[in-house]
Design a protein around this ligand. Structure first.
Ligand code: AMP
Ligand code: MG
Length: 484
């Protein structure tokens, strides 16, 4: 199919070229009636692309047109899903089209999700429904605006096809995802599980060259890679926790070595504070609950470390020892990152050894009292004076909060009010607003989605309307679904 509106995109295909044994060349499926429903002008410009011309490229965004230079491949990877290992997962409904070098010289993947079956589809139909693809778009934009590393959507296009989910007919769609790369812990596990050390080494060299070039010159590049990945993940999870983000499927195939948040499936933001918050219908044990995410971080990094054993040292025992020492450092590193994040959220003056306890005690005061996570922090400026301002009404019983506030005031930075407003968002993707926008989009009305995206793009703006308020009481418990 021709695509007269598509401007030239300068694709490269370094992944398919250098790591051919991790890819299968595979074409996207031709969509019957493509149409662009969401286009990310911002991101197009960041990529150095002609946004105006690209915005109408429905055939490309729906998978029906492979432009010159693009070389679609399905990527192989393995992964631990809910703790159980699958030696082969892979892109079951996605294709890497190629890479572009963005306006800042960074290599970014252009990836289609929902573009049809691949050799890795197993029982799946290879398709995606419009709602979940728009959800991924919205979540990525929210995280980006919050300053959290993330993959982002360049566009969502409908295919004109109707797909079935839970017996329900839904509009089919394709998301164009832009990522620093799609290399996952599971990508390393793919070769490690097969004992293919030479290929594993090539993957390591590629990953280092693409993401952590400083590790190439280290005394032990494999250990340096581990350190760089671990540092990025520690920072990332601390940032997730700070905004109440619950990823929902922290499987090792959904942990990107670039340090970006990836694979927005059943994720959602916690509203009323409860460390056990879980949204995903299939996470019955709460493995990926908000408060468990730092533990899963350590678990996933241990799985990554296992893959590196043959690359760290030919003497397996020495390799394991070196990696174990590092794994023991993850929990303290996370704790330090969390305390740093809380110093920012609480606008504390400098650093004090008691800051971790101060942060812990706020959370203890919130526990069981049901305050909205986002609003508790957002309203802190109203409590700088002598009373609990507009925070106490968020609590069922504000007794413990009232004991805590004077301790906090004693640690406040001089410019605390401004720092608090800059560190704590007013707007997060509230579950009821996301659902409302997706429901409208599914029946052809994009206005609520566009209004939501506009609000998410300025999370720190002064705002007291519905975009900055919790769900009405009637909204009930929110449940999200995987495999969408
Ligand atoms: P996820 O939970 O999105 O990380 O996906 C886990 C695995 O299931 C990946 O290998 C996906 O490619 C695959 N998958 C998810 N949905 C589908 C689908 N509709 N058709 C084929 N494969 C799928
Ligand atoms: Mg995934």
């Amino acid at each position: 199919m021709d695509s007269p509106v598509l401007p030239p995109i300068r694709f490269d295909n370094s992944y398919a070229r250098d790591l051919a044994d991790l890819t299968v060349a595979w074409p996207p499926e031709e969509p019957p009636a493509p149409g662009v429903v969401a286009f990310n002008r911002d991101l197009a410009e960041e990529l150095g692309l002609d946004a105006q011309a690209l915005s109408g490229a429905a055939e490309f965004f729906a998978g029906g047109y492979v432009p010159p230079g693009a070389k679609p491949v399905a990527q192989a990877y393995a992964g631990h899903q809910f703790g159980g290992f699958s030696p082969q997962l892979g892109d079951g409904r996605a294709l890497l089209m190629g890479e572009v070098i963005d306006a800042r010289g960074q290599r970014r993947d252009i990836h289609l999700k929902g573009s049809g079956r691949t050799p890795f589809s197993r029982g799946g139909d290879g398709k995606a429904a419009l709602g979940p693809m728009l959800r991924e778009y919205a979540m990525g934009e929210a995280m980006h605006a919050l300053g959290i590393p993330t993959t982002r959507a360049l566009a969502v296009a409908t295919t004109g096809e109707t797909i079935l989910r839970d017996m329900k007919p839904l509009p089919g769609a394709v998301l164009t995802r832009v990522a620093a790369s799609h290399i996952r812990v599971g990508t390393f596990q793919f070769f490690a599980a097969r004992g293919e050390t030479d290929r594993l080494r090539r993957l390591m060299d590629y990953t280092i060259a693409r993401h952590y070039p400083q590790a190439a010159g280290a005394e032990n590049p494999a250990l340096a890679l581990f350190d760089a990945v671990a540092a990025g993940q520690v920072r990332l999870i601390a940032e997730w926790m700070a905004v109440g983000f619950v990823h929902g499927v922290m499987n090792t195939d959904n942990m990107a070595l670039s340090g970006e948040t990836i694979d927005y499936g059943p994720c959602a933001f916690m509203e009323a504070y409860a460390p056990g918050t879980v949204f995903s219908s299939i996470d019955r044990q709460g493995r990926y609950a908000w408060g468990n995410q730092p533990l899963i971080l350590g678990w996933n990094l241990a799985r990554f470390a296992e893959t590196l054993v043959p690359l760290v040292d030919p003497d397996g025992e020495r390799a394991v020892e070196a990696l174990n020492t590092r794994l023991q450092g993850i929990a303290p590193a996370y704790r330090a990152a969390w305390v740093a994040v809380m110093r920012r959220k609480l606008a504390l003056d400098g650093e004090d050894p008691g800051d971790g306890d101060l942060a812990d005690d706020l959370l203890a005061a919130m526990e069981g009292q049901g305050p909205d996570w986002t609003l508790t922090f957002r309203r802190l400026p109203t409590a700088i004076g002598g009373d609990s301002g507009r925070i106490a009404p968020l609590f069922t019983d504000a007794g413990a909060l009232n004991d805590w506030l004077p301790r906090w005031r004693a640690r406040l930075a001089p410019d605390a009010a401004a720092r608090l407003a800059a560190a704590n968002p007013a707007v997060i993707p509230r579950n009821h607003l996301v659902e409302e926008a997706l429901d409208a989009a599914t029946v052809g009305d994009m206005a609520p989605f566009e209004a939501l995206i506009a609000a998410l793009r300025e999370p720190f703006a002064y705002r007291t309307d519905r975009y900055a308020l919790p769900a009405p009481r009637g909204f009930g418990n929110y449940v999200t679904y995987c495999g969408t």
